[in-house]
Design a protein around this ligand. Structure first.
Ligand code: ZN
Length: 348
């Protein structure tokens, strides 16, 4: 979750550009490493099915808490955009998408080969505390920009011109003044939640009617820079996006008490409200009070988009206390149930 500031005004000049990407270092991947080749082998060589099936199952049966425990470990350094911690996290996410055999929907590179990363650049930022929360404001815009990337993959549908997007930002604040900001609720909880929904949809074993796209945004904490860059430079046509369901900080507060952020009672809001009611939860379309999340630029581009969040999201937000034991698995599971039903109804 990031504070809306003058920063937003400056984003208009921040063009997303394609950079030669150096490839993610292979950390966290060694024990979880099916290759596209091994997944192809699964289809072509029955004799190897058992061992490969185990590898496929190991990806499909992970849980949201598995993801949260990885994303919050000190080695990922608080996942600040533009740092090695972000790169390690992106590497982990790419491995999950590859292990689930999702279609890469990032930038095209040579020979029409696509990868999972959607590259953009960020301006330097300056840290400041507002009401005890660490936040970023824009730094010197004449300084060199730093590479960053969204990570995007999809379960392709029969009608591949239309998509439903499940999204969550994977970046957080990093390490500041000697303190690690692990960002378990903000927003490892959202990352784990949408991966969980996708794993459940894949376990159905059916091809959807519409594409179901997983998008992990970066640099949200710097002013929604990753999702803004996607809207500016989309890798799937914006006009074919039926709805964006963005998930941010869903692991805390009273069970079943959610808030929704959106520009209006749009199609995405209405779709999620139906599933909220079925799950005997409540989700109130709430004034942002100066805060925002990654639905904002989709709304400005007239794409139906909504952010689902815990109504109590501000508790421990942007403090070093937002640790993995702070988030509660049953709250993320309820958000997962709501999103699973929503996407199942729209896309299958
Ligand atoms: Zn935040």
């Amino acid at each position: 979750m990031s504070t809306r500031r003058v920063f937003l005004k400056c984003l208009g000049g921040l063009g997303a550009c394609l950079l030669p990407w150096t490839g993610w270092p292979d950390i966290f991947a060694s024990s979880l490493q099916p290759t596209q080749a091994s997944l192809k082998d699964l289809r072509s060589k029955p004799s190897t099915i058992n061992s490969n099936q185990e590898t496929v199952n190991s990806f499909q049966n992970r849980t949201a808490m598995d993801d949260i425990l990885v994303l919050t470990q000190p080695a990922l350094e608080g996942r600040r955009a533009g740092t090695l911690g972000e790169e390690k996290t992106a590497n982990y996410l790419v491995n999950q998408l590859r292990g689930l055999n999702l279609e890469p929907l990032g930038d095209s590179i040579e020979n029409q080969q696509r990868n999972y990363s959607h590259a953009f650049t960020i301006y330097p930022v300056v840290e400041e505390f507002v009401n005890g929360r660490l936040t970023f404001r824009q730094g010197n815009s004449n300084s060199l920009r730093t590479p960053s990337a969204n990570i995007i993959g999809g379960l392709m549908g029969i009608n591949s011109n239309e998509s439903v997007i499940l999204s969550a930002h994977y970046d957080h604040l990093g390490i500041f003044a000697g303190n690690l900001y692990p960002g378990a609720n903000d927003n490892a909880s959202g990352v784990g939640c949408i991966l969980d929904v996708m794993r459940r949809l894949i376990r159905k074993g059916l091809k959807p009617k519409l594409n179901v796209v997983l998008a992990f945004w970066s640099a949200e904490e710097m002013g929604f820079v990753g999702s803004f860059s996607f809207v500016q430079n989309p890798t799937i046509p914006l006009g074919g996006i039926k709805a964006v369901f963005n998930v941010d900080s869903v692991g805390n507060g009273p069970l079943g008490e959610f808030a929704l952020w959106a520009n209006s009672n749009n199609y995405a809001v209405q779709a999620i409200q139906t599933a909220v009611a079925k799950n005997k939860a409540s989700a109130v379309l709430t004034p942002n009070r100066g805060f925002n999340s990654d639905q904002v630029y989709f709304n400005l581009a007239h794409v139906p988009a909504v952010t689902l969040m815990a109504r109590n999201w501000l508790d421990k937000n942007h403090t070093p206390e937002d640790i993995s034991s702070f988030v509660e698995p049953q709250k993320i599971a309820l958000a997962s149930d709501i999103l699973y039903e929503t996407v199942n109804k729209l896309a299958f």
